[in-house]
Design a protein around this ligand. Structure first.
Ligand code: AHR
Length: 319
């Protein structure tokens, strides 16, 4: 009897794990999307989650399964494996780092589930493991930050750099773009560069360390995101210097907090990186469900907001 019950359980479990038999609700037209988010490390990330959740709620045919990886790659891999086991129709995720996803993406492909990369790219040999990438051109964002400094005449400066999460696409690409532009200006020297993990507390802590060793030398801070810049502003004030005046600050994201800091004269420029990816993510999901082809890359158009534009622009900011 015990053997019969065990066999029945195994058969039932197998049926439930078959794609199309659970989670996907294919019969009633529901499209089930498994989304693995990185975490809630920054105001940008919170706005990105809100954009995705609110857009899903607007579409009655979408069932969103949301999973928060709390900044850990192993949690993302686990979440993707769960989505595969549940037989979702589409997997979307924002990879915390670029490498190490090859095996799990192959499992998704073998299960016939298309994968959408949201915001960040992966570094894999086989590009057929993902269907589309949608997000920003991070290299260009780094270039824009450097170009703004040059336009303003800050070409003879000692720079400290707050990097994002080690191994993440935005940290790698923003650094690359920035360096590409400043290399033609020998007077622009990066004297220190370290990761603050895209968080306010990380930015404050690393800036404190920079100030301790090089406080008198630093002319410019290039921060890979606004949250770290805001943390650094606090560190600079506590050190007794005026952020935005004694130390010129350029950062990336263009979140509301950056506009407030610019209006107070404490931040000099923010380069836009839009987190509002929800609508285009679900447009792509619906197109895939209909069997339509979609572009391999959908790159967001973005701007640059120097301090002098902040007061006028803040009213129309959506995040
Ligand atoms: O991947 C986008 C980056 O991740 C944003 O610039 C940063 O704020 C976020 O945490």
């Amino acid at each position: 009897m015990k053997k019969i019950i065990n066999t029945a359980i195994v058969i039932l479990a197998t049926i439930l794990l078959l794609p199309g038999c659970t989670g996907s609700d294919k019969d009633d037209g529901t499209i089930t999307v498994g989304f693995s988010q990185i975490g809630a490390e920054s105001a940008w990330r919170v706005a990105n989650t809100e954009s995705i959740r609110s857009e899903a709620a607007k579409r009655p045919n979408i069932k969103l399964i949301f999973s928060d990886a709390q900044q850990k790659q192993e949690n993302q891999i686990k979440a993707i494996r769960n989505f595969i086991a549940q037989g979702v129709d589409v997997i979307a995720f924002s990879p915390v780092v670029e490498t190490g996803f090859e095996a799990v993406l192959r499992e998704a492909k073998d299960a016939g589930i298309p994968v959408i990369l949201i915001d960040r790219a992966v570094d894999v040999q086989d590009d057929s493991l993902w269907v589309t990438f949608m997000g920003s051109d991070f290299v260009e964002e780094g270039r824009r930050a450097a170009r703004w400094l040059i336009e303003k005449g800050y070409t003879n400066v000692k720079i400290v750099e707050l990097q994002g999460t080690v191994g993440s696409a935005p940290a790698i690409d923003r650094k690359k773009g920035f360096e590409e532009v400043i290399k033609d200006h020998p007077g622009m020297v990066v004297i220190k560069s370290q990761s603050g993990n895209f968080t306010r507390s990380g930015g404050k802590e690393i800036m404190e360390a920079f100030l301790k060793t090089d406080g008198k030398e630093i002319n410019v801070l290039f921060s890979h995101n606004d949250d770290m810049a805001i943390g650094a502003i606090q560190a600079i004030e506590e050190y007794g210097l005026a952020p935005g005046k004694d130390i010129i600050i350029v950062s990336i994201d263009a979140v509301r907090g950056a506009f407030e800091a610019m209006i107070e004269g404490k931040l000099n420029c923010t380069v836009e990186c839009s987190p509002l990816l929800g609508p285009q993510m679900f447009d792509a999901v619906e197109a895939l469900a209909k069997g339509e082809s979609i572009p391999k890359k959908i790159v967001t158009e973005e701007g640059v907001f120097p301090q002098e534009t902040a007061a006028e622009a803040i009213g129309s900011r959506k995040y």
